[in-house]
Design a binder for this molecule. Structure first.
Ligand SMILES: Nc1nc2c(c(=O)[nH]1)N[C@H]1C(S)=C(S)[C@@H](COP(=O)(O)OP(=O)(O)OC[C@H]3O[C@@H](n4cnc5c(=O)[nH]c(N)nc54)[C@H](O)[C@@H]3O)O[C@H]1N2
Ligand SMILES: Nc1nc2c(c(=O)[nH]1)N[C@H]1C(S)=C(S)[C@@H](COP(=O)(O)OP(=O)(O)OC[C@H]3O[C@@H](n4cnc5c(=O)[nH]c(N)nc54)[C@H](O)[C@@H]3O)O[C@H]1N2
Ligand code: SF4
Ligand SMILES: [Mo]
Length: 577
């Protein structure tokens, strides 16, 4: 008989999977978002070689030996770091954190992902709600701002048909090619654009005075702030024209408009300001709190969910964590040696840590640098529940298969808790608590705590209103070099599955296809093969997330708000080899 589960991956779509008797995964036709299809990651899931046996410094050991060693390392370690990545975003992943919290280990805070933007959303709105696909069906215009729907959120694409589409992206993405309007903006210029759009919206009387008098009384001060932007000089700098501003306003005027903002806009020190300024434009137009309109960023998949597990209280900033300070470093579901910024620093400090443990599904840079490698069970071999950051679904992920390979997160946490005499809820209790928070409507599970229309009753700020930004830094990095764009790749999920390679340039870049070039940033240098991509601007280079070596170029600085990584902060110089 066919069985139902959900995709565990860190992806907006949170697909529901039908597992056929043959073991094949298929997208569930009866799920409104999944709509009967999965992406290549799940269609070819079993083709990726997984770790089969535990190992210590390269030598195969049994699972019992591995667990015994792990307990021994933890016993001896004066200070332990628990670092969890997002390889599987099931909520039972957190059972391991419960154990480490009880052990008084150090955890991480901040983000490698969407933290800067989220900090901006929280400053303006107080809480971060998304527009789910069903809410978006009511929009007339969709502005896709720094999000690559065909690659990262592909199940949303069909929902866009028949709507006016504006894309704001330095790359001519698949959606940009079909859009009614594409602004091929220079990277890192979104604050400038959002302020100019806001200013001209006010000049043209497009602001929603009723909404603003009730929920955004700071709007006049914000308008004054937008007047500090010099129009001509700014447009020249961000490589857009007055006509572009007019074209956006013309399309959104009087229309139910939803602005979908992705992670791409906020990989900078001022990532919070970027989201705050885009939100401010949305607030001026009165887009919040109404059906079919709003601004939607990556959501908080934990919001409103009660977890059965304790979380760690002592935390250090994730993008800048110094592994060398710990007697034991426990890495779960992540590949920090490839995915954290500033790989040279990460490699050096990781090598100086006491015991290094990697608990994951695949072999990768981190596994190869670890002392002890413990294979995890794959998502279809354990029971879990997942929520989503792209919508409000919450779904059980039932165990489908039995396997001799690996250990589940819960079993590992339970083993360690027993060993050290610490309490942990039973697996059944934990799963039952999570399942009790699922509300099933027409056969689809949702988070009970979801809003009907986000921000309908105002904002969760102290004032109850939308808080406009009151100061802004508009300085631009004028240094030499190419802008680095490091976006997601269709064949990989960050460093899992089919990893990308090479550096992409516009064909006019002056380098030949296939030639090797040295890429240099203030943080380090790498050699990569040149590939062409006509969709790029001439001042940008693209290295996809998951490319081996990309993070040798990125800085371990933190965003001004949100303790987030700032992968695109520094320019890249390029020389022929
Ligand atoms: N296939 C696939 N899907 C994925 C992932 C994956 O690795 N592969 N990763 C998942 C994860 S972890 C996340 S966080 C999401 C993120 O998914 P998205 O939110 O789509 O984020 P990115 O792909 O990083 O960037 C999106 C777009 O931002 C553009 N961009 C870059 N810089 C700027 C800028 O300065 N301004 C503007 N306006 N645009 C800019 C890029 O050109 C790109 O088209 O995707 C998830 N889905
Ligand atoms: N240059 C650059 N760097 C980036 C980004 C970028 O766009 N550009 N994106 C950033 C973003 S948005 C993110 S979210 C991070 C992601 O960075 P990470 O969280 O490190 O994610 P992955 O690289 O996907 O590594 C996931 C790991 O989880 C393991 N895994 C999979 N399933 C399971 C499981 O069920 N249990 C266990 N224990 N392990 C499992 C896999 O084997 C793999 O080792 O990368 C960030 N780094
Ligand atoms: S990775 Fe995303 S699109 Fe692919 S199957 Fe999973 S949830 Fe669906
Ligand atoms: Mo992410």
């Amino acid at each position: 008989m066919n069985q139902i589960t959900a995709c565990p991956l860190d992806c907006y779509d949170a697909c529901r999977i039908v597992v056929e008797t043959s073991g094949r995964f298929r997208g569930d036709k009866n799920h409104p978002v999944t709509n009967g299809y999965l992406c290549p990651h799940l269609n070819h899931y079993s083709k990726t070689q997984r770790l089969l046996t535990p190992s210590f410094r390269g030598g195969e050991i049994s699972m019992d030996e591995a667990l015994g060693m792990l307990a021994d390392f933890l016993q001896k370690s004066p200070e332990t770091l628990y670092y969890r990545g997002s390889g599987n975003i099931g909520l039972m992943q957190r059972s391991v954190e419960h154990f480490f919290a009880a052990m008084d280990a150090t955890g991480t805070k901040g983000s490698l992902c969407d933290g800067a933007g989220e900090a901006g959303v929280l400053l303006g709105r107080g809480e971060n709600w998304v527009l789910s696909p069903s809410m978006l069906t009511e929009a007339e215009v969709i502005v896709v701002w720094g999000r690559n729907l065909h690659v990262t959120h592909s199940h949303l694409v069909p929902i866009l048909s028949g709507k006016k589409i504006i894309v704001i992206d330095p790359i001519k993405t698949a959606l940009a090619q079909q859009a009614d309007l594409h602004l091929q903006i220079k990277p890192h210029c979104d604050v400038h654009l959002a302020l100019l759009l806001s200013r001209f919206a006010m000049i043209e009387g497009m602001h929603d005075v009723d909404f603003l008098e009730e929920f955004g009384t700071g709007y006049n001060d914000f308008y004054e702030l937008t007047q500090t932007v010099r129009i001509k000089a700014t447009l020249d700098m961000i490589d857009l024209s007055l006509g572009d501003i007019g074209a956006v306003l013309e399309i959104v005027r009087g229309k139910r408009t939803a602005i979908l903002v992705g992670a791409g806009v906020q990989k900078y020190r001022n990532g919070a300001d970027v989201l705050r300024s885009i939100d401010a434009f949305g607030a001026l137009l009165g887009l919040f709190g109404k059906r079919g309109s709003g601004v939607s960023y990556l959501g908080d998949s934990l919001k409103g969910i009660e977890l059965p597990f304790r979380s760690i209280s002592k935390r250090v900033a994730k993008p800048a964590v110094d592994f060398s300070r710990y007697g034991c470093v426990f890495i779960q579901g992540g590949n920090p040696l490839a995915q954290m910024p500033d790989s040279s620093k990460v490699e050096r400090e990781f090598a100086q840590a006491g015991y290094r443990v990697y608990f994951g599904l695949h072999d990768n840079e981190t596994a190869r640098s670890a002392d002890l490698v413990i294979p995890a069970k794959s998502f279809d071999e354990k029971s879990d529940v997942r929520s989503s950051y792209g919508d409000y679904t919450m779904q059980p992920m039932r165990q489908i298969h039995q396997s001799e390979i690996g250990i589940s997160e819960y079993d590992l946490a339970a083993f360690l808790s027993n060993h050290f005499g610490l309490m942990i809820p039973s697996e059944e209790e934990a799963l039952a608590l999570l399942a009790s928070q699922i509300e099933t409507v027409e056969g689809v599970g949702y988070r009970r705590s979801r809003p009907a229309v986000p921000y309908e009753k105002g904002f969760a700020t102290d004032s109850g209103e939308f808080e406009f930004m009151d100061e802004i830094d508009l300085s631009m990095d004028q240094s030499e070099g190419f802008f680095l764009i490091t976006a997601k790749f269709s064949g990989s999920l960050n460093s899992q599955f089919r990893r990308p390679s090479g550096v992409y340039f516009h064909p006019d870049c002056g380098f030949s296809q296939g030639e090797r070039v040295v890429l240099q940033s203030p943080n380090g240098s790498v050699v990569m093969e040149v590939k062409y991509d006509e969709r790029l601007r001439r001042d940008c280079l693209l290295i996809y997330s998951g490319t081996v070596g990309v993070n040798h170029l990125t800085p371990s600085q933190l965003s001004d708000e949100g303790m987030s990584a700032v992968y695109q902060e520094t320019k890249i110089k390029v020389e022929k080899c």
